[in-house]
Ligand binder design. Structure first.
Ligand code: PLP
Length: 241
């Protein structure tokens, strides 16, 4: 699949319009919603095109793919890991990603702390919450996240910036509203418990970003609506398309 430069530009314009309309409906300033460009399975050329259009935040799901891709992309982009992280990949993850949005267990947080310490880095993290409780999804149970928040907050190399969730897929985005609302409420509860603001609510993707913005999202993670359909996962992510 080729991603023509003009099509990324056209899609970005449409996407900005969707985001602005949702912000307007919710009485929010569009500047309060960040766009994370999800480039998984798309080639470095597509990242370069998007970066050329002014995007700076990019998301990848897999450490293996990112390790090959990031060095081929323009420098000084802000990379976010958004896919499940296995503890044996934490070293590479800390080296590659200033932000890890998919922190889904205390064990993983402890492992990240160790690696960050070794590499003398600080990692911005989001806690991934499994709001819907689907067995197929990674992420904290909301009550457990609240219970373990204090322990995570003691890990000095990790800065908790907020929460992230993936809503269950549904053709009717309106159905995801309670999930997003619940994440915002949990964020408020976590913030009250820490006595510190947790500014980031990473929620909403290509299909449901309007509802997420209406419910307070500060970062939508968009792949398809920006880059087009993803090349098949069986294809080498760094291969020719
Ligand atoms: C792939 C992915 C996205 C982007 O999904 P689209 O529907 O293509 O916008 C967002 N968040 C996560 C965690 C993803 O894995």
């Amino acid at each position: 699949m080729t991603t023509a430069p003009e099509s990324i530009e056209t899609r970005l314009a449409l996407l900005r319009e969707r985001m602005a309309t949702a912000c307007h409906r919710a009485g929010r300033d569009p500047a309060t919603v960040e766009l994370l460009a999800v480039s998984k399975f798309h080639p470095p050329e597509s990242v370069a095109l998007a970066a050329g259009l002014g995007l700076t935040h990019f998301g990848e799901s897999r450490v293996q793919e990112a390790k090959v891709k990031i060095p081929q992309c323009p420098a000084r982009l802000d990379w976010h890991l958004i896919g499940h992280l296995q503890s044996n990949k934490t070293r590479d993850a800390v080296a590659l990603f200033p932000t890890i949005q998919s922190v889904d267990s205390l064990d993983l947080a402890v492992e990240l702390q160790k690696q960050a310490e070794k590499q003398s880095r600080t990692v911005r993290i989001l806690l991934e919450i499994n709001v819907s409780g689907e067995a197929s999804k990674f992420g904290w149970n909301p009550d457990r996240a609240l219970a373990e928040l204090g322990r995570i907050n003691e890990l000095r190399r990790l800065e908790i910036h907020g929460l992230m969730t993936l809503a269950p897929y549904t053709p009717d985005p309106e159905k995801t509203r309670p999930i997003f609302r619940r994440l915002r409420e949990l964020r408020d509860a976590c913030s009250a418990q820490l006595g510190a603001p947790l500014p980031v609510l990473s929620m909403g993707m290509s299909g449901d970003l309007e509802v997420a913005i209406e419910e307070g999202s500060t970062m939508v993670r968009v792949g398809t609506a920006l880059f087009g359909e993803r090349p098949r996962p069986t294809q080498r992510p760094d291969g020719p398309d």
